[in-house]
Design a protein around this ligand. Structure first.
Ligand SMILES: [Zn+2]
Length: 175
């Protein structure tokens, strides 16, 4: 009995529809179709560097399903690159995730807000202007548990806050 294909959630849709090889191109090469859920798998795992578990969760699929998806994706990309085939980005069993948002929290006033993915990291809290803003812990796949002591009272050091790499090891605030 065929299992129904599970719909994958994707958080990114490309603006381009494909890639064409440059150079001495063999004619009548078959076109490689990379589906948008396969593209998303590559984006999450190879570009965003999520773990397989995090990436699978993001796409609302099981890890084995994610594994098959990314294996297929990588093979297609390799085939296109190595054999000089046109790669087209289309199709797949997916639905767009509801507006991917990044969540932030201000450790000064506890204000929480969201910004759209792709917009730059905010430097200041929109409410109190503090630079002591951090990615909300529940929003980080890699949030470490059990280290969150005393985020709240900490003064923002000079130059702190700006561009601190995600996952910079600061404990999440307590609430
Ligand atoms: Zn604030």
């Amino acid at each position: 009995m065929p299992r129904p294909r599970k719909i994958r959630k994707i958080g990114f849709q490309p603006e381009i529809t494909g890639f064409k090889p440059v150079g001495d191109i063999e004619t009548n090469q078959p076109i490689v179709i990379l589906t948008l859920d396969e593209l998303e798998a590559i984006r999450l795992r190879d570009l965003e560097k999520l773990t397989q578990e995090e990436a699978a969760n993001k796409m609302s699929i099981s890890q084995p399903t994610f594994y098959r998806l990314i294996e297929s994706a990588r093979e297609k990309v390799a085939e296109a690159l190595v054999e000089g085939k046109e790669l087209r980005l289309q199709g797949g069993d997916y639905k767009m995730a509801q507006m991917e948002m990044k969540k932030f929290v201000c450790l000064q006033c506890n204000h929480r807000w969201e910004v759209l993915y792709g917009t730059p990291r905010p430097n200041n809290c929109p409410q109190c202007g503090s630079t002591n803003v951090h990615r909300a812990p529940e929003d980080r796949g890699y949030a470490r548990r059990g280290r969150g002591r005393g985020g709240l009272g900490r003064a923002a050091g000079p130059g702190g806050g700006m561009g601190a790499g995600a996952g910079g090891g600061r404990g999440p605030p307590q609430w």
